[in-house]
Design a protein around this ligand. Structure first.
Ligand SMILES: [Zn+2]
Length: 487
């Protein structure tokens, strides 16, 4: 199925390039602007990363996992990271290492696929590449060195500047969009490629042909995508807040330096609102994953956060309220019943998918909706839709259901171990069993071990103990299930 996606540059829904399956070197190159590692990411950041994770999963499913190269950078030197390191009296690398680890932990909790170290570049790991690029821009006349040693990009040297963000129209409407952030610039719209060293930067400076300093923020993405993905990439994504000036500046730098198109396709996900308002520290609605955990306590389930954050179309604002996590928890538990039922029926009917290559048309609505401009609400509707049909291809349905869950990155806990055939019918309609307390689980484990060791007398005695404690244990081939005894 071709994958179609809105392109922020042409403002139309277009098909993404499909890499040549016969050419092992031809891969789909995908660059996603990553986090600045100085504090925990908030759920607005994670909305964007989860949307990109779904997109990556969809591309890998459609093109093959080794035909997609996904790069997500880490910004580890800028004003914010340096300020934090100075405030805490710790080396910059210590601070960024700590917050990189936290970001990875949170991503793992939200079930975002990991990015290998090679394809998760850091700005400080690519200083030479950034200096090389600035050097080319200087030689081509697209940049100039200011008296203090900073280097700026000369926006007037790139006639296409503003195409992505329509900044020129915006400027007319609302006055200047550009910050008067430095006296040294020739023009307000020019932006820094290299920042001359200041006392506040401490040790965080590198040598360059223009003197000691550090790279500007925008050049890092241009240099790292060039180094890892080449001069022209297939897809560049990020949150809508990066569209201007960050992505506009990336296009200007890359296209002037490389003399060719930078990205074939651009995609931006919209803002997350919390309680109907823009997130901000002063409103107290800037939630991190840990904040949600503190609010939800024992009912906290990161999969519910993921589900809540993919409810809306990624190109529309999503209003998050903490109550939506309860709804998401319920929805997940519904899915887990469905999963158990499908597993049971598939086993019960001993069916094999009719075609192992193409696992049934059921739940394909999920893939279809995602392939059509990443329509997440339509994909979820297809996932939750209960089709009461006569089709008995249970194994095919099961495969398709699992595939739909995988592409959405939804982890659901199965409430059961696969039971024996005689239990199948019961289990299919079972409500998720409450989790047994630890002492009960311990007894059950002991009994299971006794039974495996063919110590049937011991196993029976332990079953009695469980019954007295109010629990029944249903044995299957590969495990057991605990259920409270109804009174
Ligand atoms: Zn970027």
């Amino acid at each position: 199925m071709p994958i179609k996606l809105f392109d922020s540059l042409t403002r139309e829904i277009r098909e993404l390039r499909r890499p040549d399956p016969n050419n092992p070197k031809d891969v789909f190159s995908f660059y996603n602007c990553g986090p600045t590692v100085y504090a925990p990411a908030h759920i607005g950041n994670f909305r964007t990363f989860i949307v990109n994770d779904v997109l990556r999963r969809l591309l890998e499913l459609e093109y093959g996992p080794d035909k997609v190269r996904y790069v997500r950078n880490l910004t580890d030197v800028d004003d914010k990271t340096i300020k934090r390191s100075r405030d805490e009296g710790r080396p910059l690398a210590d601070v960024t290492k700590q917050w990189t680890q936290k970001f990875h932990d949170d991503c793992a909790r939200l079930n975002c696929l990991p990015v290998s170290e090679k394809f998760e570049p850091t700005a400080t790991g690519y200083i030479r590449e950034q200096v090389d690029m600035i050097d080319v821009l200087m030689k081509k006349g697209n940049a100039y060195r200011a008296p203090d040693g900073s280097v700026y990009f000369k926006v007037s040297s790139f006639p296409n500047y503003g195409t992505l963000s329509r900044v020129k129209e915006r400027e007319l409407k609302s006055g200047s969009a550009f910050a008067a952030d430095a006296d040294e610039k020739e023009d307000l719209s020019d932006f820094a490629l290299w920042k001359a060293h200041k006392a506040d930067d401490g040790d965080n400076a590198w040598d360059s042909p223009w003197g000691r300093g550090r790279p500007g923020w925008h050049i890092e993405c241009s240099a790292m995508s060039k180094a890892l993905l080449g001069d022209t990439i297939d897809l560049h994504t990020g949150g809508v807040d990066l569209l201007f000036p960050h992505h506009e500046n990336e296009i200007a730098q890359s296209e002037c330096c490389n003399g060719t198109k930078f990205s074939r396709h651009w995609y931006h996900s919209e803002h997350l609102l919390v309680d109907g308002k823009k997130m901000s520290k002063s409103l107290g609605n800037l939630y991190t994953l840990d904040d949600l955990q503190n609010i939800m306590m024992l009912t906290f389930n990161p999969s519910a956060v993921r589900l809540a954050l993919i409810q809306a179309h990624p190109r529309k604002q999503l209003n998050f309220v903490t109550d939506s996590l309860f709804d998401a928890n319920n929805a997940l538990s519904g899915l887990s019943h469905r999963y158990d039922a499908l597993k049971t029926w598939a086993k019960d009917s001993n069916s094999k998918p009719r075609s192992s290559a193409e696992p049934s048309a059921h739940y394909d609505g999920v893939i279809e909706a995602l392939s059509n401009d990443l329509n997440l609400p339509a994909a979820l509707a297809a996932l939750f839709e209960q089709k009461r049909d006569q089709d008995s291809d249970h194994a095919g349905k099961l495969l398709a259901f699992e595939r739909a869950l995988r592409v959405l990155g939804l982890k659901i806990k199965s409430a059961i171990h696969l039971p024996d055939d005689e239990l199948a019918a019961d289990v299919a309609v079972l409500i998720t069993a409450p989790t047994a307390p630890l002492n009960i689980t311990a007894l059950a484990e002991k009994r299971w071990a006794a039974k495996q060791a063919k110590d049937f007398a011991g196993a029976d005695a332990l079953r009695k103990e469980l019954t007295i404690a109010g629990w029944s244990m249903l044995d299957g081939k590969d495990g057991y299930k605990l259920e409270p005894i109804k009174k």
